[in-house]
Design a protein around this ligand. Sequence first.
Ligand code: GLN
Length: 279
Amino acid sequence: MIISELLSEATGLLESSSDSARLDAEILLCHLLQKDRAYLITWPDKELDSQTAESFQQLVQRRQTGEPVAYIIGQKEFWSLNLNVNPHTLIPRPETELLVEYILQHYPADRDIKLADLGTGSGAIALALASERSQWQIIATDQSNEAIKTAEHNAAQLKLNNIEFRQGSWFQPLADEAFDIIVSNPPYVAEHDEHLTQGDVRFEPQSALASGADGLNDIRLIADQARQHLHADGLLIIEHGYDQKDKIFDIFNSLGYKKILQLADIAKKPRVTLGYSPI
Ligand code: GLN
């Protein structure tokens, strides 16, 4: 079969399970051929041998069951860094770049900053910041040993060596250290939310998604304990769900955080809350 036929067949098969069927098919074929998308557009009539066509059809079948493209190809782009991902790590989402953007805009490269990224997963936030701020001291934690290994592997591949990775839950591996910035994309989905049993997220680690009855258990803990780990005027900045804005404002406010600000993503949904150390 030729490239264009394989792609239209796969797109048809994926249409009912994915809202980006054509793109998914192209990414899977690029991965298999180790070529970029321009290649597929330039050579639509290229004949592929039957073994390649069969391997492609197997990848498409995996995608049909809902397995995310990022896990099938083992990669996801974040902040223009190519990251290895696997089922031990959440797949980085574009909205998480909001956290990175705010920090970069407010903390210039010539400031000496000590930063903690809690629940780093594949390392996305820490690696994006390290790629822009080579002189900062960055510590990234995760309770999952497999996630830490993945993040370390990403750092090595990207040759970013100003991050120290530590395994442990939230502040546990940080003893009594203090930071200028604490950033986190914690789990924040309510544990019985039906969203967790649908589509691609079924393949992602529940521990990176769900957090107690209202989704706020980990955010409450982080906001509470961060006060003991922030320098004067230190920043706590976290991602959350679009419908948690008011509850998270109240959490930050009742814990004494100052200059609380809430940021919206490109869909104009409130997705980030930040505040400065009360002490
Ligand atoms: N945004 C993710 C989702 O909706 C949740 C990510 C998280 O809990 N940090 O699936």
